[in-house]
Design a protein around this ligand. Structure first.
Ligand code: ZN
Length: 258
């Protein structure tokens, strides 16, 4: 699009389930009401969009405690929620003046830090997450029996019984997250979310209130290029041409959040 490729960061690791997980496919079969989402080889997966959404809300919640007010949780003006700013942005896009567009996208009073990183219906996201494939050779999913609670009387109702499939604890999924044109602020916010994932303060899928879907990021590695020379090296040599970002340096970004 209009943006030049300034840098690209590859975050790779393994997401390990510390409890059973249910991400519904929206389908059932003759015996189970809710099956988990699976790939073509019938192995459970974690859709990249699910992980991205939880990462976003994790960052959103913490960002607002660190003075980086996201528009979702505060009433600040952001191109995502302001008609006036949307019209202004649309005009800039029509003019195709990339320096003005960049200035708009880097202006804190035009776009909130979380929309700048994760995008919205109006602006593109800087973050992509590939669907997370199961690393284990096979997965022995099992069926859990849930009982619906009547919210009015708080009694369990026989009629509300339902069965759902879960992926077992200990399952490992490959995680790949790619960030492009990240600023220091973007990296700092991302470090907050990824740190939460590494600390195991991360829940994915359904029934998380009951502890389901607790997971932890392990074996994280960060590789990147951040200038034209390094980009050429990457294009020429592939993965070998990338620089490594040590984890302590990455997490140190958090201190720069003001
Ligand atoms: Zn926003």
């Amino acid at each position: 699009m209009f943006e030049r490729l300034e840098n690209r960061y590859f975050f790779r690791g393994e997401l390990v389930l510390e409890n059973e997980m249910h991400i519904g496919s929206g389908k059932g079969d003759g015996t189970t009401d809710a099956l988990v989402v699976k790939d073509f080889s019938d192995k459970p997966i974690i859709p990249g969009s699910s992980l991205r959404g939880i990462l976003r809300s994790t960052i959103e919640r913490i960002a607002s405690s660190l003075g980086k007010n996201p528009c979702m949780l505060t009433s600040i003006n952001c191109v995502t929620n302001s008609r006036v700013l949307q019209d202004e942005f649309k005009k800039l896009l029509e003019e195709k003046d990339s320096s003005k567009i960049m200035a708009f996208l880097n202006n804190n009073s035009k776009i909130c830090p979380v929309c700048r990183l994760f995008g919205s219906t109006v602006v593109a996201s800087k973050i992509r997450v590939t669907d997370l494939l199961l690393r284990n050779e096979r997965s022995n999913t099992s069926i859990r029996h849930g009982v619906g609670i009547n919210r009015d009387t708080e009694t369990s109702q026989d009629k509300a019984k339902f069965d759902f499939e879960v992926v077992p604890r200990g399952s490992r999924f490959s995680l790949e997250l790619i960030g492009e044109n990240l600023t220091n602020d973007d990296l700092a916010l991302l470090a907050v979310g990824i740190q939460e994932m590494s600390n195991g303060n991360f829940w994915i899928g359904g029934n998380t209130a009951r502890g389901l879907g607790k997971c932890r990021l392990e074996k994280l590695e960060i590789k990147y290029f951040s200038d034209a020379d390094r980009l050429k090296k990457y294009l020429r040599d592939g993965e070998k041409g990338l620089d490594s970002l040590p984890l302590n340096e990455f997490y140190a970004c958090i201190n720069t959040l003001v």
